[in-house]
Write a protein that binds this ligand. Structure first.
Ligand code: COA
Length: 144
């Protein structure tokens, strides 16, 4: 059974493990901070009792929704789980009257860019050498 629900502290090891597998990175500090400061924007996908994906977003000081991270374990991709997570956070932002959601995508991440476009996001800017490794980012925006 697929469940989309708010993150709870016992999910933490699963989220960190997904982050390691999907992004090759590992930053538990960020995720604890998100839980403490904007827990409504921390959402997980659970399949048969296992956490297989998550999305994290927060409200910026100028009241935009900002998606920080979205990941689904490779074995569970292309089944609509990423879409369910994205739709859920869009609803969370809609409920608090956010009118615009922004995010960044690596220029080389063709799949994620297409995924966000399919959900109505448009590219508004390119941020040169945005990431630590020198890769540039597309800034994308969804008007609500
Ligand atoms: C981007 C990402 C989150 C998408 O998650 P996902 O669960 O695969 O997303 P979905 O299944 O909803 O959609 C992916 C594709 O599967 C297709 N799909 C969805 N449900 C499907 C189904 N039941 N049968 C067949 N195809 C399906 C969608 O049409 C979509 O096609 P597209 O790529 O041509 O747009 C995932 O690929 C991922 O974790 N990538 C690595 C991390 C990353 O890049 N994150 C985003 C940047 S922060």
């Amino acid at each position: 059974m697929n469940i989309i629900r708010k993150f709870e502290p016992p999910d933490f090891p699963s989220v960190i493990s997904i982050e390691k597998q999907v992004f090759n990175e590992h930053d538990p500090f960020f995720y604890m901070q998100f839980y403490e400061t904007c827990s409504d924007g921390f959402i997980v996908a659970q399949v048969n009792g296992f956490i297989v994906g998550f999305i994290v977003g927060f409200l910026t000081p100028d009241v935009k929704g900002r998606i920080f991270s979205l990941a689904v374990l490779p074995a569970y991709q292309n089944r609509g789980i990423g879409s369910s997570l994205l739709k859920e956070i869009i609803e969370v932002f809609r409920e608090i009257k956010v009118t615009e959601i922004i995010l960044e995508v690596r220029q080389g991440n063709v799949k994620a860019k297409r995924f966000y476009e399919r959900h109505g996001f448009i590219t508004t800017d390119v941020m040169e050498k945005y990431y630590n490794d020198g890769e540039s980012a597309y800034l994308m925006r969804l008007e609500m």
